[in-house]
Design a protein around this ligand. Structure first.
Ligand code: V47
Length: 399
């Protein structure tokens, strides 16, 4: 990625600074008028050497959409299994294990419930539930997992299963995706996380996510899900073998689907951590690349209300700065993140509400604890109890 960024800086010299300045000026005018940016605009913004100017432009859009509010939630990640049949270069070895390999685990349902029940300082409003594609687990396991969690935590929102898992369930049950979604929804699935999108481009996807569903299939699954009235998140994994063009293409494809369904809550740009993966020879992303990616995402995705700066991948300190580069959400307390920490993330496994609120305040924004669907959450004075009902109904979702 470093060489890619150097190439971009070189290109910008070739274009001539005056010419580049005038192009950026035209893009700025488009943003100020609220006009949609093109693929080429996205590339030009990436090429701009003026990181602070880019940040200001993205900040303008952030304020237009969300004022001075910056969101976070109190959640717990539950990774029910790390056994995965997919030969995916991202987390195989770092976190995931092939069936039968040492270090593989699959939680029993009782273990899932006990893990979910562990006491923390703040009561959680969301379980973020994802796992590997484990052929030993029958579809009934996932239904029982949702039903059991709902029974024990009726007000906690279950944000469960990526598009990759939904597609896998359809394969193991030999049932249409619609049937799978209906069953999961009936069992208590409230929305879906954004993982597995990686980078949609056909050139690079097989190099980083071999045998994972295609970009087209990921988008198709999200379309079907939204059509069923269930919202989801979107991600973009960057900083591996992709080009800047492939990043902007990914964003535009998400924007087109959002035009059709309106079902995405937010985008989470994910900086790739190469350590312990088969791509371990790659350099980690740089802070400027992370900020540039957040800013360009904010500017291209004019129909996404929220952009998350995911502190696990870019550190809490940089995520805080990202709140002035277009991001308006710091994700959650998480408590125990495993996937990206398996690939060498140096951050702590979780943050407290107080730590997140402090980060937000110090960035000059007003912290808002939200539920999964971005409804504000009110707490009792000891923070232990959530006072407003969470997992409220969906708003603004075209079906
Ligand atoms: O799909 C895997 C990525 C994703 C690595 O929806 C890696 O609210 C960096 O999707 N370095 C899972 N990234 C995480 C995810 C997510 C996270 C937070 C919030 C939400 C949400 C979703 O993590 C995977 C993949 O794209 N990933 N390995 C790695 N070595």
């Amino acid at each position: 990625m470093i060489s890619d960024m150097s190439q971009l800086m070189y290109n910008s010299f070739c274009m001539g600074e005056a010419e580049l300045d005038s192009v950026i000026h035209r893009i700025k005018q488009k943003v100020e008028r609220g006009e949609r940016l093109s693929f080429q605009d996205g590339i030009t913004l990436y090429r701009s050497g003026d990181l602070i100017g880019l940040g200001r432009l993205a900040d303008l859009v952030r304020v237009r959409l969300n004022g001075d509010l910056a969101f976070y939630n109190v959640n717990r990640h539950i990774n029910y299994t790390n056994v995965c049949v997919i030969d995916c270069q991202l987390c195989q070895g770092a976190y995931a294990r092939k069936p039968g390999e040492d270090g593989g685990y699959a939680m029993t349902l009782d273990q899932v419930f006990a893990f979910a029940e562990q006491k923390t300082n703040d009561s959680v409003t969301e379980f973020h539930i994802v796992g590997g594609l484990n052929p030993a687990l029958p579809f009934q396991y996932y239904l029982d997992l949702l039903v059991g969690l709902k029974l024990r935590f009726p007000t906690v929102h279950l944000k469960a299963f990526t598009m990759v898992e939904l597609d896998f369930f359809s394969k193991i049950t030999r049932q249409p995706l619609e049937w799978v979604i209906d069953k999961l929804k009936d069992a208590g699935m409230g929305s879906c996380p954004g993982g597995g999108a990686e980078i949609f481009a056909k050139r690079v996807r097989p190099l980083i996510a071999g045998h994972k569903i295609s970009g087209e299939r990921w988008l198709e699954c999200a379309r079907v899900l939204h059509g069923k009235g269930i919202r989801s998140n979107a991600t973009m994994l960057y900083g591996h073998l992709e080009t800047i063009e492939e990043r902007v293409d990914h964003l535009i494809q998400l924007r087109e689907l959002q035009d059709d369904t309106g079902g995405f809550n937010c985008l989470i740009p994910l900086a790739f951590h190469p350590e312990n993966t088969v791509l371990g020879n790659l350099q980690a992303t740089t802070g400027t690349d992370d900020l540039r990616t957040i800013a360009v995402s904010r500017l291209i995705l004019d129909n996404f209300q929220h952009i998350k700066a995911y502190w696990v991948t870019i550190t809490p300190a940089l995520a805080q700065v990202a709140l002035r580069f277009g991001a308006d959400d710091l994700d959650g307390t998480i408590i125990e993140e495993r996937i990206i920490h398996g690939a060498g993330s140096p951050t702590s496994p979780g943050l407290t509400r107080n730590q997140i609120e402090q980060l937000i305040r110090d960035a000059g924004c007003t912290p808002v604890e939200r539920d999964t669907l971005y409804n504000p959450v009110a707490r009792s004075s000891d923070n232990l109890e959530v006072q407003s009902p969470t997992s409220a109904g969906m708003t603004g979702l075209a079906s």
